[in-house]
Design a protein around this ligand. Structure first.
Ligand SMILES: Cc1cc2nc3c(=O)[nH]c(=O)nc-3n(C[C@H](O)[C@H](O)[C@H](O)COP(=O)(O)OP(=O)(O)OC[C@H]3O[C@@H](n4cnc5c(N)ncnc54)[C@H](O)[C@@H]3O)c2cc1C
Ligand code: FES
Ligand code: FES
Length: 479
């Protein structure tokens, strides 16, 4: 039985298909049609809901795309939809602001925008236009134009930032903590959604059921369900296992559980490598980063996955587990062919280790995509080196979008390793990249453009290192 709070009440559900999405459940089972379906693929934000989780003494509010969030993941949480915001026929501050600023025309996108504004309202105590733009980056509107909606985001604070959710917070936390803990499963006939609570339990389930589908954030698996109509017999959710969501700053490494979300992981990684800031800000939208995980990005093994070039350049390793056996594998040995990895049957990614380095490395990441927000890379470069007396050492150059897997350019690394830090060395490495890769043409970029980008990004990294401008944005150079 999966139990969560909806509309101030405990809501329990048992007999539904394991792949039921929150959106379908809301609209088709409960008739709560305020939450809209636009794309059913996490792109438009019309289905945005807010999920609140109990911390020690507060609630953590995060937006989520209901269309690709599976119902079973709500166990132990509070689901807030657009129908819950007003009270006694008085609109919530964020709804009233949309009215006052004329932030809605056809209204189809409006519930999604309202929920993103609501989450912003709960997470920031004052209006800041840049933060608002980020919070709304996962919501599309085809008719109003964004200015009135942004104006609403600024003006929603005019009457203070307290609301009924603050008033009810301690009661909600008490209710959440009192929800039944046992067997948070969904079962229909022979099909099941289950939520193990420990690594051992997860490992045993996978040994017993090697064809089970693991679910972390669901931002890839959710699309298999809504776009390809996948119907897994057994879905195993990893997000309730503490060891899978942990993020630890250890002596020499950052240790990241296989189900830790981007929103949770990024502050630590960006504090160590500021160049990752732009990458994370441009990875999907806030909704996607609230759900999506680095573990899922690695396991999904897309050649254009954003975190893989930086993880390769930083010599990340994976701890893989099967039954009681653990093995540590370098990430560079994990990707075999297009979406084929070294994971064995019943094996899963338990954690990712990223060496912290000694702070003397030069490290940059560049993502080039057609659109700034919520778009996947055409090419991504991550580069790291150290300089000893003007000589380049420990060179790592990793690309996404150039091959069928995310890959280091061993030829370019060799062209630089031990050589002087000067333009001719970089030009040699650029030629090596051209020889090593044969990128493909697709909707994101032509092969020729990809090859040119790969070389020019390398040169850009050199220029930035020369001019100490490593945090320039890609657009600064493309202009
Ligand atoms: C709108 C949208 C925008 C996106 N934008 C970007 C982007 O800009 N950049 C980018 O890189 N990606 C992007 N993605 C893709 C996706 O968000 C990422 O790949 C994300 O990291 C997947 O993580 P997840 O936790 O959601 O994975 P899930 O969907 O839960 O899982 C992905 C796959 O990994 C398997 N899996 C999950 N956990 C484990 C584990 N511990 N061990 C073994 N296998 C496991 C699952 O079975 C599944 O096959 C986008 C997706 C959407 C829908
Ligand atoms: S319906 Fe478009 S993001 Fe969910
Ligand atoms: S108001 Fe029509 S899509 Fe936004």
């Amino acid at each position: 039985m999966v139990s969560f709070i909806l509309n101030g009440q405990i809501h329990s559900v048992n007999h539904v298909l394991p792949e039921t999405t929150v959106l379908d459940y809301l609209r088709e089972t409960l008739g709560r049609t305020g939450t809209k379906e636009g794309c059913a693929s996490g792109d438009c934000g019309a289905c945005t809901v807010v999920i609140a989780e109990a911390q020690e003494k507060t609630l953590k509010y995060r937006t989520s795309n209901a269309c690709i969030t599976l119902l079973g993941t709500l166990h132990g949480k509070q689901l807030i939809t657009v129908e819950n915001l007003s009270s006694d026929k008085t609109l919530h501050q964020c709804q009233q602001a949309i009215v006052n600023c004329h932030g809605s025309q056809c209204g189809f996108c409006t519930p999604g925008f309202v929920m993103s504004l609501f989450s912003h309202f709960k997470n920031y105590s004052s209006p800041d236009r840049d933060q608002l733009i980020e919070s709304l980056g996962g919501n599309l509107c085809r008719c109003t134009g964004y200015k009135p909606i942004l104006n609403a985001g600024v003006s929603m604070y005019e009457n203070g930032s307290a609301d009924k959710f603050d008033k009810n917070e301690s009661d909600t936390i008490r209710m959440l903590k009192g929800l039944p803990k046992e067997d948070p499963n969904l079962i229909l006939d022979t099909r099941k959604f289950c939520t193990p609570k420990s690594l051992d339990e997860l490992a045993d389930i996978l040994l017993d059921q090697p064809n089970a589908r693991l679910l972390a954030g669901g931002t890839d698996l959710g699309l298999e369900i809504t776009q390809e109509l996948a119907q897994p017999k057994l879905i195993v959710y990893t997000g309730s296992i503490e060891a899978m969501t942990c993020i630890e700053d250890r002596d020499h490494t950052f240790h990241i559980g296989g189900a830790a979300t981007y929103t949770d992981v990024s502050p630590l990684l960006v504090s160590r490598w500021p160049t990752l800031g732009e990458l994370f800000n441009r990875l999907g939208s806030v909704q996607i980063r609230n759900q999506g995980t680095i573990g899922g990005n690695v396991a999904n093994a897309s050649p254009i996955a954003d975190t893989l070039p930086p993880l390769l350049a930083l010599d990340a390793t994976l701890t893989l587990r099967k039954g009681s056996r653990r093995r540590v594998l370098a990430l560079k040995d994990f990707f075999i062919h297009y979406k084929v990895t070294a994971l064995e049957k019943s094996e899963f990614i338990e954690s990712i280790q990223i060496p912290k380095g000694d702070g003397s490395e030069y490290f940059v990441v560049y993502k080039v995509s057609k659109r700034m927000e919520d778009d996947i890379s055409a090419v991504c470069l991550a580069l790291r080196w150290r300089l000893y007396d003007n000589s380049l050492r420990d060179v790592r150059i990793a690309y996404g979008g150039l091959a069928e897997i995310p890959k280091r350019s061993i030829a370019a690394e060799k062209a630089l390793e031990g050589n002087d830090f000067k333009e001719s060395s970089i030009r040699d490495a650029m030629s090596a990249v051209s020889q090593e890769f044969s990128p493909i043409d697709d909707v994101r970029a032509s092969a020729k453009y990809r090859e040119k980008l790969a070389k020019n990004l390398l040169f850009r990294a050199y220029l930035a290192a020369t001019q100490n401008k490593s945090n320039l944005r890609v657009t600064d150079y493309c202009a």
